[in-house]
Design a protein around this ligand. Structure first.
Ligand code: FAD
Length: 479
């Protein structure tokens, strides 16, 4: 965005950590508040430094995270070192942070960083995709304003759940169900990054990432033959194809769909109610449903979705959508305005966050997709906020925000049911939505419900299916 990095083919070299008052840094730390000593046990303050050649003042709030770190590795010191390294290094291909992949996760984190006290850090985003198309529609639920709230294009306070003989109109209070179009998100985050003047975006494909040899080294990234180096690398490279891991004890399902945004010549949709599930489609041993986001009485996005191990041939999705529109909604005349398709991994395999001392995986690659639903957008925003907080407070992006372990087991049990008995998915979801308030379901899926709430919810689903699934994942070596 602001300038283009130059070509450099240097191999990674070992770097010494810079002393706080090094004359080579180009920076004169004027005063450390509240203490001069970098290993102070004070928990917060401001580092004030002057960049020697420009005379510019830099203010960096810090907290040394004394609760988490020994004094010898306190975040104040790391923060100072990061500042010095960034200012000292005149190699244009050296950054504090490099993002390998520039999709939802990287853009969210970069935008949250430039809006934080770490806004001065030099960052680089590498992605071959220019992100100039509306390639996906993100939906999520929340009770509060979220990052990018200004680009939420629609929100619903009511959802429908439809199955054979069941037609539920659900009040989502205190949540609302929101939608963001990816093109709005890409434009919005790119404009935040551009305005910061600290972030370069380069259209290039990352070929390799090599970790730092030790804590004081930098990681090396090679993209389109160019070598870059950084203190931290966030890796979110992902291509939306079916993900099939190799752990025989894990489930590898895919959420796959074809969605059309259609316009009808007359009023066909109820714009104040989105349909989360319409299960009135032939299941044929696999959990399938149609999901509808009505944007007006004549315009809606309609998606034919499956949770299964194998994908369909493209004409099968199209045929299923046409049949649903005509047979269930009585819509035969419509114009297709946009088309969206996807494959999202649904797996209980744990994706490690750390790919090295200085390499952190984020987004889908970092396991942010909820295994049993395929939702990831809000989880990515929350993860970005936790990473920024951890960098400020502890000097490392590796935060320790984890949901209780039981949610992993719940996900694995549902995946086992969908994997082995896909035809029973309809029964499970119908019980879930018929017998629980939406807020309890959302809290469960957000992994924030209490044990009592979890038990209340589990008591409403066909428990024998879940017990059988639990035994299968607990005692067999293959799922
Ligand atoms: C069509 C679709 C609809 C979705 N809808 C929802 C939804 O409604 N709600 C929800 O919560 N979640 C949804 N998701 C799931 C999830 O939120 C998205 O997949 C989200 O984009 C994940 O963010 P990410 O950064 O991990 O991956 P992406 O946004 O896919 O970014 C990965 C990036 O890596 C880049 N890349 C790949 N290879 C390389 C390489 N070698 N070098 C550099 N870059 C590379 C790609 O070009 C891409 O830009 C949806 C996903 C899809 C595909």
């Amino acid at each position: 965005m602001s300038g283009t990095p130059q070509q450099s083919q240097r191999s990674p070299s070992r770097r010494r950590s810079l002393p706080t008052h090094s004359p080579q840094t180009g920076a004169e730390p004027i005063r450390h508040s509240p203490s001069r000593h970098p290993h102070t046990t004070h928990r917060s303050g401001i580092i004030r430094s002057r960049i020697r050649n420009t005379g510019e003042m830099v203010f960096i709030p810090f907290s040394n995270g004394a609760d988490f770190l020994p004094d010898s590795s306190c975040a104040q010191f790391r923060c100072t070192r990061i500042l010095h390294r960034a200012m000292a290094n005149h190699d244009p291909n050296t950054y504090t942070i490099i993002f390998a992949g520039g999709g939802a996760a990287a853009l969210s984190l970069a935008a949250q960083l430039v809006q934080s006290p770490l806004s001065h850090l030099r960052m680089l985003i590498l992605d071959p995709d220019p992100k100039d198309r509306n390639d996906r529609t993100w939906c999520f639920w929340s009770t509060e304003p979220v990052f990018c709230e200004s680009i939420v294009s629609h929100r619903w306070n009511h959802l429908a759940f439809v199955s054979d003989g069941t037609n539920l109109h659900l009040d989502t209070h205190p949540y609302d169900y929101r939608v963001i179009h990816s093109i709005d998100f890409y434009r919005h985050t790119h404009s935040i990054l551009e305005a910061s003047g600290r972030v370069h975006v380069v259209q290039a494909s990352v070929e390799s990432i090599t970790d730092a040899g030790n804590e004081d080294d930098m990681a090396t990234v090679i993209a389109d033959g160019v070598t870059y180096r950084a203190d931290w690398v966030f890796d979110s490279r992902w291509v939306a194809v079916a993900y099939r891991g190799t752990d025989p004890r894990c489930h590898y399902l895919q959420q796959h769909f074809l969605g059309w945004t259609i316009r009808t010549p007359d009023d066909r949709f109820t714009p104040d109610r989105a349909t989360l599930f319409d299960l009135r489609v032939p299941q044929d041993g696999v959990f399938r449903f149609v999901y509808t986001l009505p944007f007006s009485t004549r315009e809606a996005m309609v998606e034919y979705t499956l949770f299964s191990a194998d994908l369909l041939a493209p004409p099968q999705y199209r045929k299923a959508l046409e049949t649903y529109l005509s047979d269930q909604l009585g819509i035969t005349e419509y114009e297709i305005l946009d088309e969206e398709s996807c494959v999202i991994p649904m797996t209980d395999e744990s994706f490690p966050r750390a790919a090295g001392k200085k390499i952190m995986r984020i987004g889908t690659r970092g396991g942010r997709v909820k295994a049993s639903t395929g939702y990831a957008f809000l989880r990515i925003q929350q993860d970005s906020a936790a990473i920024v907080r951890s960098m400020i407070e502890r000097g490392t992006p590796f935060h320790n925000r984890r949901p209780p372990r039981r949610y992993h087991t719940f996900d694995a049990m549902l995946l086992q049911i969908l994997f082995r008995r896909g035809e029973r998915g309809k029964e499970v979801f119908t019980a879930l939505f018929t017998r629980n308030p939406v807020s309890r379901i959302f809290r469960f899926l957000d992994e924030v419900g209490t044990v009592r709430e979890n038990l209340l919810l589990m008591a409403t689903v066909p428990w024998f299916l879940f017990i059988r699934a639990w035994f299968a994942i607990r005692f067999s070596k293959r799922v």
